[in-house]
Design a binder for this molecule. Structure first.
Ligand code: ACO
Length: 338
């Protein structure tokens, strides 16, 4: 069986910043509350109504292709993890494909909320491991500002817009035999779906004047139970992956956690017996970008990563969806040797 390795990373963040001070003007909140309860200082917002998730996903992909030194025509597949597709269909992946000019790629979107990127990584790695694909573009991208209710202080302080992308290739094809995605543990539990959802717009509650009046098209979250489950499930999944791969905390070089709340990340690292500095954390600058958080962490830490580093990726999101994976990094510094 071939192993799929990450061979390049790309990202896109809109320039406009929405700070805690800005939010103080919009809802009854404070910079102190937001920092203390979440760790967030500011988030990026894609204000231009003409630009949607596919725009950010395409920019992240272009950066990645440039770094890897290949053309879009070499891509076999494009998978986009997102809960804010440009529209229900066509899939965002189709829009990215045509903007990039990825002439021979197939593609699809994957809906798993904050777990979208990790699940897409698993799907992409499967296409590579099974021999169907040589180059798979895996993107996590969300324009959360398009579904956030900026009159709801319990959710509007949390989310930001952004995109991150990785390229998956057979490890053997890039001189990184034995490296790549070694393990993935994934779960869903729909029994508490109402704690985190966007109730309107689908076939259950199609758009009507009433659904708009009820604000059904915005994200809803019951924070406390989601917090409890996220803390429990991310640690549980990470420990499962460590255990079945015989890894001690010393064997783990980095934890790459979904960025929903600083306190969830710290609790996860603690339960894994990892020192806090091993946990990647950039939530202060970007907030929760849903499917984009994990690839944005990989982008920000890429210059420090070394071939052979063992990364535990873990996530929890609406659904509920959660999981953890073991990724052995394939290259040094900021890019692989071509
Ligand atoms: N500013 C000031 N006060 C606030 C704010 C705010 N922005 N928001 C809530 N409060 C108040 C509440 O009204 C409440 O007041 P009360 O005690 O008078 O009723 C108090 O603060 C505490 O509220 P909680 O909801 O209990 O606050 P908590 O400490 O749980 O923090 C938060 C809320 C940050 C949302 C947290 O619950 C959380 O991070 N939840 C998990 C998020 C997550 O992991 N989501 C999954 C991924 S997202 C995805 O999949 C799309």
């Amino acid at each position: 069986m071939r192993t799929a390795a990450v061979t390049a990373v790309g990202h896109f963040l809109p320039e406009e910043r929405l700070t805690n001070a800005d939010l103080e003007e919009m809802v009854d909140t404070s910079d102190e509350w937001i920092r203390k309860r979440t760790g967030i200082r500011e988030r990026r917002i894609l204000r231009d109504p003409e630009k949607a998730t596919s725009y950010m996903a395409t920019r992240a992909a272009e950066e990645l292709l440039d770094k890897r030194g290949i053309g879009a025509g070499e891509l076999d597949a494009i998978i986009v993890g997102t809960v804010t597709p440009d529209m229900f269909y066509p899939a965002t992946a189709c829009l990215v494909q045509t903007e990039l000019g990825a002439a021979r790629a197939f593609g699809y979107d994957l809906s798993a909320a904050c777990s979208g990127f990790l699940y897409a990584l698993g799907a992409g790695a499967g296409h590579v491991a099974g021999g169907q694909c040589e180059k798979v573009l895996v993107i996590g991208a969300d324009k959360m500002s398009s579904i956030v209710d900026y009159t709801d202080r319990s959710t509007c302080i949390l989310f930001g817009d952004g995109a991150g992308a990785v390229l998956l290739e057979p490890a053997g094809a890039v001189g990184a035999e034995g490296r790549g995605l070694h393990d993935l543990h994934q779960r869903v539990d729909g029994s508490e779906w109402e704690n985190l959802c966007q109730p309107g717009g689908g076939s259950r509650r199609p758009p009507t004047h009433q659904s708009v009046d009820r604000r059904d098209h915005f994200l809803k979250q019951n924070g406390r139970p989601v917090f409890k489950q996220a803390t429990r499930r991310m640690a549980e999944a990470s420990l499962e992956v460590m255990q079945r791969n015989d890894l001690t905390p010393e064997d783990v070089d980095y934890l790459v956690p979904h960025q929903a709340n600083r306190r969830i990340i710290e609790a996860t690292a603690q339960q894994m017996n990892l020192p806090p500095e091993k946990a990647m954390m950039n939530i202060g600058d970007y907030g929760n970008t849903t499917a984009a958080t994990i690839p944005l962490c990989l982008h920000d830490w890429e210059p420090e990563l070394r071939a052979g580093d063992r990364l535990i990726l873990t996530t929890f999101g609406g659904g509920y969806t959660w999981g953890a994976g073991l990724l052995e990094w394939a290259y040094d510094d900021a890019s692989i040797d071509n």
